[in-house]
Design a protein around this ligand. Sequence first.
Ligand code: ADE
Length: 230
Amino acid sequence: MIGIIGAMEEEVAALKEAMDIHETVEQASMVFCKGVLCGKEVVIVRSGIGKVNAGICAQILVDRFKAEMLINTGIAGSLDAKIDIGDMVISTDALHHDMDATEFGYPVGQVPRMEVMSFPADEELVKKAVQASEKANPDIHTFTGRVASGDQFIASREVKDKIVENFHPLCVEMEGAGIAHAAHLNKVSYVIIRAISDKADNSASVDYPTFERQAIAHSVRLVKELLTLI
Ligand code: ADE
């Protein structure tokens, strides 16, 4: 079973429309839609925004629906000048950019007493997601690299620069590391697929709704294509 998580209803609505829904189940104020999409058994769910919602959602997918693979789809802010609005980022790993126990000698981003700093995505899944991206959105650039997550919408040059300096990620969002962290603890595979909706700086709000719509359409096309390759 494959769990597909989007933070916002807009991000999962198009996928839910395309699937054959067999059952819907509510838990932790989240509605889990179980069924078949592109020939694969999936559960699609809107987690809500932020890492806590994302982590809870991922755990339910593993415990109750026996998910062996988690796909997180949605939008993100670009942290690299070469990655433009509408481009795709596929995670090689994810981390919590807002975890800070430096007072105790841990590097910024490291969860104290955990052995890893970042959570690596499944290599096979990453390869397939890149393939799917190139097929689904041939005119759009696909990048693979680190995703940084935190419980903050980044819309300031200063905060953005600090995240880049600390972690060198390609994009920033608010759920991926929560899902990656849960996948790591449960020993299931995961990948984060994000379409860029903004530049995570002062320009973030200008045309955000338009870019958001386009970015969501790109992610949805990619996820459907990926399911045919898994
Ligand atoms: N999701 C989309 N854009 C974002 C940003 N700038 N910061 C955090 N999450 C985002």
